[in-house]
Ligand binder design. Sequence first.
Ligand SMILES: Cc1ncc(COP(=O)(O)O)c(C=O)c1O
Length: 393
Amino acid sequence: MKDKFLSAREMFPHTNGIVYFNTAAYGPLPEKTKRAIVDNIELRLAVEKEDIRQMYALKDTLREDFGSLIGAEARQIGLSMNTSTGLDLAAYGLPLKAGDEILVSDVEFPAAVYAWRGASETKNLKVTFVKSTDKKFDIGELEKAISDKTKVIIVSFVQFFNGYKINLAGISELCKRHNIFFVVDGIQGVGAEPINVKELGIDILACGCQKWLLSPYGSGFFYISDSVKDKLIPQSITWYAADWQLNHSDLFKYDLPYFDTAEKFEAGYYATLNMLGMKAAIDIIADLGVENIQKHNHALIDKLASYLKETEFYKVKSSLVENERSSIFTFTCDNHDSLFKYLLENRVKAANREGSIRISAHLFNNENDIDKLIEVLTAYEKNYKSKVAAGAN
Ligand SMILES: Cc1ncc(COP(=O)(O)O)c(C=O)c1O
C-alpha cells in the first residue's frame, strides 16, 4: 500500500515545491486533471469532433463513482457545482410549511446556515441553533432541542475548523424516531473518511469536490434518498430534468417525463471541464480506497500529535478519539498568528482557523511532510522562547 501512496504522491506536482496541509480549504489538482482539461479544450478549439456523447457517458460514470464512494446508487446522485446547490435543494425543495423548525449547530459552516436562512425568509421557517460544547457538536443538546415543530436536522459530516467528526449514526436514529429529514454537508469528509449514506439513513447529502475530492472549483454532487426523491419540490426545473436521450433534432417536446433519478434536480448543461477534473481525481481516490486513505491520513496526524504532546509549548485542540477524529487536525500555541506566518515563510501551507493552526492530511502527504512540519515547529518554538527570554515579545 505504501508504494501506491508514493505513486499517488507523484501525480501531484505541488509536492515538489511545497508542503501542503490545506486540503480542507482547497485540494490540489493532480497532473492528470490538467492533461484531461487541456486535451478537451484542444478538441473544442478544433471542433472537428463532437464530444457530447463522451460527456454524457462521463456524467453517468461519475454518478456511479460518487455513488460507490458514499454507498449509494448512481440513480441517487446528481452533479452540481458546489455544496450549496445540494443544500439549497434541501432548503427549498423539502416539503416544509410555515412554522416548521430546522436545527443547525451553532458552530456550523455558513453554507448550511445561509441556505436555511434564505429558505426561512421565503417560507417562514424557523432556524434554531443547537448549542455546541467546547466548540464540538453536541448530540445531547441536539436531542434536547427537538420539538414537535422540528422537521429538518442539518449537520456537517466533519466540522470545518476543528475536524470533529459528527456522530451521524446517532443523529440518524433521532431523525428516524422523530420523523425528521436528515441533511448532511459532506464536503469536509467525503473522500477521506468512509461514509455510507444508505446505512445512515441520510435523506440529502450535499458535497463540493474542490477539497478532499481534489477537483476544480465549481465541482460537486448531491445524493437524494429514494424516500425523499418524490417529495422534493425543486426551486427550479430545467429542460435537462427530462431525458432527451441525446435526441436534439425534435425539441418541441414540452411534455417529456422528468428523469426518475436525481438528474431531475440538476441545473442544465454540465461543467464538462470540471467533470474531466473530477474523474481524474476520483480514479486516484477509488484506486487507493477511502479506508486506506483514512488510515494513511490518521497515521500522519498521529505522528504530528505525538510530537506536539511532548512539548509544553503546543496544545492539541482536536479530538483524537477514534470515532470523533478526521483528516483535519488542529493545535495552537501562544501567538499562533505569527506561527501561521512562519509556517508559510518556510513553505508549509496550513490554515489559521478559529484560534488554531489547522492541518489537513491527505493522500499525497507523506512522513517527510510531517518531519518538515515538525522541524519548522521546533525552530519556531526555539525562536519564540529566545525572543521571550530577551524580552522582545
Ligand atoms: C463544511 C463546509 N461546507 C461548505 C463549504 C463550501 O461550500 P460551497 O462548496 O457551496 O462553496 C465549506 C468550505 O468552503 C465547508 O467547510
